[in-house]
Design a protein. Sequence first.
Length: 258
Amino acid sequence: MTLIAAADPQAGGRPPRNRVVAAAEIQAVAGPGGVTRLPVLASQVPLVLRRTPSAVYLVGGAAGPLGGDELSLRITVGAGALLRVRTAAASIALPGLDGLESVLRVTVTVGAGGRLEYLPEPVVVTAGARHATVVSVTLAAGASLLLRDELLLGRHGEAGGTARSVLRADYAGQPLLRHSVEVTGTDAVSRGPALLAGHRGIGTLLRAGPDEPAAGLPPAAPEVAWMPLAGPGMLVTTLADDAVTLRRRLTQSAGSDG
């Protein structure tokens, strides 16, 4: 973890806040008998990694992220390996004194025959906060992915801050998906019918790989949208007013067990 002093033009003589720059890395490889090994499991506070029999958990080692923090997570899954990554709890994005955006960058590479299930808990963007989650995925031919992203504007009774989510995925050397959304809790356009339709939560679930069905989508449902991808894959997007409903709609509509 690196602390960098960030100047605050409104500080009025107060010392600048130390923003956090931290990185974590997971490397998974296929071992004898089909057992996945983790030769690299490195982390820095607040990105603390803990291995369990079922998954690698990202455990928050400090409050935040706070405005101005820059966090990065790199995940590499080798050919034939299987890795599931979760977070222990929701992330609460909080405003900083300088009004800067906090950023979490996730970089994923999955080799042929490998599979990653990246299933974090929601990100809650509190009033006055600005937060971005930027995910870049590279899948080899024959690799598969299950990736979830859930966002809530504000805690109970809050309008929420500004959230930005960017997802870029390539499969077998070809573009698979370019997806981004930016919403603000106090913005009428964000709350309007073109984006959140009055809801405070939005979730996406990306399924990609050779096991995905090539044709056929579930029946239409309110507040749930399916988009088939060339690659193959499918993107599910859902809206809801709370985390429980958001998760239920994602899992029921896409068959996820997360």
